[in-house]
Write a protein of this length. Structure first.
Length: 304
């Protein structure tokens, strides 16, 4: 089976296996950080950065599949997962926090993974501190797009003062089951392919954080940050950061992604000096969750 519903072991689907957690204070934020279990201490480090409204749990299957190759760490960014919001939750604020986390936890360059807004954060981080990054794996990164899409209009609406909070508040009043199904359809290429245990775990986590008081503000801050990055001057844009990087880069796009237009993959491959491209026609916005086996294989080829 192509989807991660088929990635199973003696304990069931990898996606539902929890990693050990710890609290880390960096930059005024108290991050919940998950460490991939059963990894050797001498393996090269890796940092997994989730996207807008995501969490460290978005990396569970991929991290476990790579635990013989890298020593992975995945934080819940401020306002998401189990980390309270502290300050703004934008791309560059996240990049600064991740730089501080890396300097605190690691003594050598690491393999950096980013999905969606986390991909933009990873590019900003690598652009500021290329010395910290051994390789960069970007899954549907939220890089500025020349075409106005439905998702771009949504981000613009959420980022608009008064309108954004009002839209989110109105959405929050809808029944949870309705919002959950809409989220599944938006994020996954084929939600029906998910194993029942995986779907249940994903639903339980979204339901748990549904009442967190900071989620709406974190979503607005993130949307505004993505919008600002899309209108930044060329020399200060994320594309300018991309052009600086010499490390190996793996770009992954899904043909059924409803949030990031996969047609930008050609521009992205040209922007990075040393990039490989993996295009997954059946994947949606979270290829590391839907096709972790293919993502893991491509990453191993990247660093081989």
């Amino acid at each position: 089976m192509e989807s991660y519903a088929g990635v199973t072991g003696a304990e069931g689907p990898l996606e539902v296996r929890e990693w050990p957690t710890r609290q880390v204070s960096v930059g005024g934020a108290d991050l919940l950080v998950r460490d991939v279990p059963d990894t050797a201490p001498d393996l090269p480090p890796a940092l997994f950065v989730h996207g807008l409204n995501g969490s460290s749990l978005n990396w569970t299957a991929l991290g476990l599949m790579l635990n013989d190759t890298v020593r992975g760490v995945a934080p819940d960014l401020p306002g998401f997962g189990r980390t309270p919001l502290s300050g703004a939750a934008g791309i560059y604020e996240q990049a600064d926090l991740m730089i501080e986390l890396v300097e605190r936890d690691f003594d050598r360059p690491l393999h950096l993974f980013g999905n969606s807004m986390g991909g933009a954060t990873a590019v900003a981080m690598a652009g500021r501190r290329p010395d910290l990054v051994a390789s960069l794996t970007l899954i549907s990164p939220a890089l500025p797009h020349p075409r106005m899409s439905a998702s771009a209009l949504w981000f613009a609406a959420i980022a608009t003062p008064r309108l954004g909070p009002a839209v989110l508040e109105r959405t929050r009043r809808l029944p949870f089951d309705r919002r959950f199904e809409a989220s599944m359809a938006l994020v996954f290429g084929d939600p029906r392919s998910l194993a029942p245990e995986v779907r249940a775990a994903y639903e339980a986590e979204l339901r748990r954080r549904d009442g967190d008081p900071w989620v709406r503000q974190a979503t607005v801050d993130g949307a505004r940050s993505i919008l600002r990055s899309s209108v930044a001057m060329p020399r200060r844009s994320l594309w300018a950061d991309a052009a600086k990087l010499d490390c190996p880069v793996l770009l992954i796009y899904g043909g059924k992604d409803r949030l990031v237009d996969a047609r930008i993959r050609t521009k992205a491959q040209r922007a990075f000096r040393n990039a490989r491209l993996l295009y997954l026609p059946k994947s949606g916005h979270v290829a590391q969750m839907e096709h972790p086996d293919q993502v893991a294989r491509a990453f191993r080829q990247l660093i081989a």
